[in-house]
Design a protein around this ligand. Structure first.
Ligand code: OSB
Ligand code: MG
Length: 376
């Protein structure tokens, strides 16, 4: 205190590790079922400050081509050796420095996230304020995977509504779609409901997808191929339900093109998918300018990744409840202490402590670690 605040971050040491986390329940999407998460955590040390980031790459190349192992390779071969002992004035320099690495957004995003945490701590400010957030609390929604049977799904929904969540998203795929949504509407006619197809349909299914129009869904997320804005624009012209894009939006340029093509009316922003918090902010700003609401998606993150999602969700145009929920829905014990929790009326309060505002639980993280590499 009293001493001049330098914004320069001098990196002394970086620790990359993989932890294993069992899911409380399996999570199933149109591309498969997950029982256990392999999660990469990166810790960037600058003097006495440690900043943390969580990589959202999946175990297999299904949501995206990235995997835990490709991210490990990119980070250990091409990213971390280049920045250890380097310095940054701002985390925004990081994506510029690594623009030459094509793609591998999730690998890069976790390091930038750690740098944001460092900078916010060094400035003694909560990360969400540093990002320009204005919301003191964020409304939360849940994403519910495909279940063994319809009754199990209804039971899950009931439980989440009792927990106060403001939005319910269910996963759909051919064979688990219109009838399931009809059943949900019979039981819960008024709730904020949406569906996520994770690319399981093609434009030839337009008639089937049009049947969803009668259920008053908030939106349908990513019905068509991950790399197909054109067909999404064709589909949006034929259905009333707003299309929200997830997999298709890799950066702000994709968002601009999607707007221009009228391929969607809403965008799901994921920090990892777009390659970091700086780009996530750019997507947010562009959508705000274009009049498209956004919300924050999730990738089954543990508390560290969740804390970054919370910070991002405080920006003004995050006007729809996201897939940011309590850690205990996925994990028995969180990687942060205390765990990310939701109020009985379905909000997460923006933390007041500097940086992420959640303390990594080092002891627990050490116990979960299956491999670790230190750059010093
Ligand atoms: O499409 O939003 C998705 C999880 C893994 C991969 C893709 C997605 C999801 C989710 C989970 O829907 C959201 C969450 O973290 O709660
Ligand atoms: Mg999705």
């Amino acid at each position: 205190m009293g001493k001049e605040r330098s914004t320069e971050m001098k990196i002394g040491e970086i620790i990359l590790r993989e932890i294993r986390l069992s899911l409380v329940n399996f999570f199933e999407t149109s591309f498969g079922r997950t029982h256990e998460r392999r999660v990469l955590l990166v810790e960037v040390r600058c003097g006495d400050t440690a900043g943390w980031g969580e990589c959202t790459a999946g175990e297999g190349p299904f949501y995206s081509y990235e995997t835990v192992d490709t991210a490990w390779t990119i980070l250990t071969h091409f990213v971390l050796p280049r920045i250890v002992h380097g310095s940054f004035e701002s985390p925004e320099e990081f994506p510029e420095m690594f623009a030459a690495i094509r793609g591998h957004h999730m690998a890069k995003a976790c390091v930038e996230a750690a740098l944001w945490d460092v900078q916010a701590q060094e400035l003694h400010r909560p990360l969400w304020k540093l990002l320009g957030g204005t919301r003191e609390k964020i409304p939360c929604g849940v994403s519910i995977g495909i279940q063994e049977n319809p009754d199990a799904l209804l039971e899950k929904i009931e439980k989440e509504l009792e927990a106060g969540y403001h939005k319910v998203k269910i996963k759909i795929r051919p064979g688990w779609d219109v009838d399931i949504v009809r059943l949900i509407r019979e039981h819960f006619p008024e709730i904020s409901l949406m569906v996520d197809a994770n690319c399981a349909y093609s434009l030839q299914d337009a008639e089937r997808l049009k049947e969803l129009d009668s259920f008053g869904l908030l939106m349908i997320e990513q019905p068509l191929d991950y790399d197909d804005l054109f067909h999404h624009s064709k589909l949006q012209a034929q259905i009333a339900t707003p299309i929200c894009l997830d997999e298709s939006i890799r950066h702000a340029r994709d968002a601009a093109l999607a707007c221009r093509l009228k391929a969607c009316k809403i965008i799901n922003i994921k920090i990892g998918r777009v390659g970091g918090l700086s780009e996530a902010k750019r997507v947010h700003d562009l959508c705000k300018e274009q009049g498209l609401p956004v919300w924050c998606g999730g990738m089954l993150e543990s508390g560290i990744g969740r804390a970054h999602n919370i910070a991002l969700s405080t920006l003004e145009n995050f006007s729809i409840p996201g897939d940011v929920s309590a850690s205990k829905r996925y994990y028995e014990r969180d990687t942060v202490c205390p765990a990310v929790e939701v109020t009985p009326d379905g909000y997460i309060l923006a933390p007041q402590a500097p940086g992420l505002g959640y303390q990594p639980d080092r002891e627990w993280i050490d116990q979960l670690t299956v491999r670790k590499e230190t750059f010093a």
